[in-house]
Write a protein that binds this ligand. Structure first.
Ligand SMILES: [Ca+2]
Ligand SMILES: [Ca+2]
Length: 502
């Protein structure tokens, strides 16, 4: 078992080193703050967003940009001030489209175009006849084909008008059917343009986990104009949603080796200087800290009190136990569901088998002729299979009972732990006391026996050869006590281990 664990660790280590080696050869990413915005302080006090310009009905706050508010016929957009200076990029959008209606309108657009679009245009709030890429989150089903909300990428060379009536299906490059309205968490889109491949991953906002992206589309041989502008726009119609974008995070992407030589040059030149600065800074910080402590000796106590705010070892242990229990609970619930599934499937199979048998006899032909069963399966085999099925069924039921039992126990433990949130070990209680009283009773019996022996010895008529000596007696008592002690330690140890398992 130990060996297996070591082998497993070795395997994991190798897998990680391989992944690291592979990643070392993959794309290099660099955050581009001049083409990004995010909270807090998304908009400054005067309402402007650094490196961006917005207009139309768009409003920027410190938390997000409301590109179009939930009022009728609103249009707004926000465009980057500067054209981009890199070829390949990835943009992560975090947005929420929310409205009180069962259906909303019109939608949100992400743009990468050779020039900035309008702030009150006809295509989701910005200009038609764009040159470059538009990715549309189209909420409203204009062509009534029940295929909205829809996410689509539309390329335009500057000559085409967007086909609103057909929801762009005639011009669609790629897309996917995803609901992005009224989600419990923010929806996200990751748009990557790298070496002429356009990829979009979408996060449906059902969880708060940033990793829960799924593929929406991927298209090869996409040629976009160089040095274009990023933008976001949105529009409402007769129906209206709030269109809020909280994060626009741009990374430039570089192929392996493209950046590395430059970076190394920088590091060699500046490394020494930086490390020296760092050392000086550390020294200064230490000096100032010492001075501060000398001048404020009482602060020490406050600091200690402050440290009490942080969790102790037992608290951490408890938190870990709690998390593990939660996981166990979820796993058990899944297991229970699966067992239920299996049971349902078994029932269906048995029914089907029974019907097959009945059907085989019925199609056996006219009376008087030998019954012809289907050649491939015989009665005996069917019986065997049925027997097996029943065995599996009962086994599955047993598993279910067992799982339910464990499930309820885990539930009780979780609720108990929640009620008394400390990681203290419970007192031993009855068992320990009974053990001690057992020991006491044993000693009392021994004492009584010794007394009797003494009386007998005083009588002088006991046989001398078989009489117990006092040393033997004491030895026996000591032996019994040791055994009892060892047993109690063993039991305590086992109980402690059992507790640790929870
Ligand atoms: Ca539409
Ligand atoms: Ca449609």
């Amino acid at each position: 078992m130990k060996m297996a664990a070591e082998v497993r660790w070795l395997l994991i280590f190798h897998v990680f080193s391989v992944i690291y080696a592979v990643l070392g050869e993959t794309t290099h990413r660099k955050f581009e703050y001049k083409y990004s915005f995010k909270p807090p302080y998304l908009a400054q006090k005067d309402g402007s967003v650094p490196f961006w310009e917005y207009g139309g009905n768009a409003i920027a706050s410190s938390e997000n940009v409301r590109v179009a508010p939930s009022l009728r016929s609103q249009k707004g957009a926000i465009w980057g001030k500067q054209p981009i200076t890199f070829d390949w990029w990835e943009v992560e959008l975090v947005f929420r489209i929310t409205g009180r209606g069962r259906i909303g309108a019109d939608g949100l657009a992400f743009w990468y175009t050779s020039s900035k679009g309008a702030y009150n245009g006809t295509v989701f709030g910005s200009s038609d006849n764009w040159k470059g890429l538009g990715i549309f989150f189209d909420s409203f089903d204009n062509d009534n084909k029940h295929n909205n909300p829809y996410i689509m990428a539309v390329l335009n060379d500057g000559t085409k008008n967007f086909d609103h009536a057909n929801d762009g299906t005639t011009q669609l490059s790629v897309g996917c059917l995803r609901d992005f309205r009224n989600k419990p968490f923010a929806t996200r889109a990751k748009i990557e343009y790298y070496q002429n491949t356009l990829t979009m991953l979408f996060h449906n906002g059902m969880t708060n986990n940033e990793q829960d992206y799924e593929m929406c589309f991927r298209a090869d041989n996409i040629v976009l104009p160089k040095g274009g502008y990023f933008g976001i726009s949105a529009a409402t119609g007769g129906l209206a949603d709030d269109h809020d974008v909280s994060h626009f995070l741009t990374h430039s992407l570089y192929s392996p080796g493209q950046l590395r030589s430059d970076e190394q040059k920088v590091s060699l030149e500046e490394q020494q200087k930086l490390s020296q600065e760092y050392m000086e800074y550390q020294k200064k910080l230490q000096q100032q800290t010492d001075e501060y402590h000398r001048e404020h000796p009482n602060e020490h106590r406050e600091k200690e009190e402050f440290e009490e705010v942080f969790e102790s070892e037992s608290q951490r242990e408890f938190r870990q136990i709690f998390a593990a229990l939660g996981q166990t609970f979820n796993t058990l619930r899944e297991l229970d569901n699966k067992v239920n599934d299996i049971l349902a499937k078994q029932d269906r199979t048995i029914n089907a088998m029974n019907q097959l048998v009945v059907g085989g006899v019925q199609t056996g032909g006219q009376p008087g002729q030998p019954v012809q069963l289907i050649d491939t399966i015989r009665r005996q085999e069917v019986d065997t299979i049925l027997g097996n099925q029943n065995a599996i069924l009962s086994a599955a039921r047993e598993i279910k009972t067992y799982v339910t039992d464990v499930y309820s126990k885990a539930d009780t433990i979780i609720s108990n732990q929640a009620r008394a949130p400390t990681a203290q070990v419970q007192p031993m209680g009855y068992d320990y006391h009974s053990l001690i009283s057992e020991m006491r009773d044993g000693l009392n019996t021994l004492k009584r026996d010794i007394g009797q022996m003494n009386t007998k010895a005083n009588c002088g008529d006991c046989p001398t050869t078989n009489c117990l000596t006092t040393t033997m007696f004491l030895l026996f008592v000591a032996l019994q006590m040791i055994i009892l002690l060892v047993y109690s330690m063993y039991r305590d140890n086992k109980e402690a281990q059992a507790k640790k398992l929870y």
